[in-house]
Design a binder for this molecule. Structure first.
Ligand code: HEC
Length: 171
């Protein structure tokens, strides 16, 4: 997913704009040719089951069986860290582009002062993709659409860093 060159996204954005202008966005075939795969939610049962199994095994202890997060997730712990947020679409997970969601799951948040552990040695790229697919399969449509727009505007780390005016620290 991280491998798309920037020009590709410019092309995808232009194409999607052109199609919107032409009133053709309802045509999946056409839009699909210029859009990264993750901009459409998968309905593949194998991927979703794999994502759910891995989530329950590795993530549910902190983020909750129903992806509801900690009740007081907005409030800092006494040591200044934050509790695990919900991943069910009710929090701000949609405000992380695809590369950033993958990065967070792969490397955790310790480099940014958080407590989310790294899964670099536990989960493969395919595992991470399956978990994200499963999580997103539960997001309300409006949240997923907002996420797609956000992802389209920040397709790479460089885009995000430029917009935020700060580096994304991984290690
Ligand atoms: C030990 C507890 C713990 C485990 C296990 C854990 N997380 Fe987290 N996660 C957190 C915390 C705490 C945060 C908030 C960032 C921070 O301060 O570390 C977080 C943040 C996130 C975020 C960013 C959400 C947002 O809205 O900003 C995602 C996505 C995420 N976790 C996914 C996962 C997935 C997927 C797994 C399982 C592979 C997982 N987490 C396992 C504690 C955990």
């Amino acid at each position: 997913m991280a491998g798309y060159p920037r020009s590709y996204f410019k092309f995808a954005a232009a194409l999607s704009l052109a199609l919107t202008a032409a009133g053709l966005t309802g045509c999946d075939g056409l839009v699909g040719t210029g859009t990264p795969e993750h901009h459409q939610r998968t309905t593949e049962p194998e991927i979703l089951q794999r994502g759910e199994r891995l989530y329950q095994l590795h993530c549910a202890a902190c983020h909750g069986d129903q992806r509801e997060g900690a009740e007081n997730w907005r409030q800092r712990n006494p040591d200044g860290t934050f509790p695990p947020p919900p991943l069910d679409g009710s929090a701000h997970t949609w405000h992380h582009p695809y590369w950033q969601l993958s990065d967070m799951i792969r490397y955790g948040a310790e480099a940014r002062g958080g407590t989310m552990p790294s899964f670099e040695d536990t989960l493969s790229e395919g595992d991470t993709e399956a978990i994200i697919a499963w999580l997103q399969s539960h997001w309300p449509d409006a949240i997923f659409e907002a996420w797609v727009r956000y992802d389209r505007n920040h397709p790479t780390r460089e885009d995000w860093e430029r917009d935020m005016g700060e580096p994304w620290v991984t290690h």
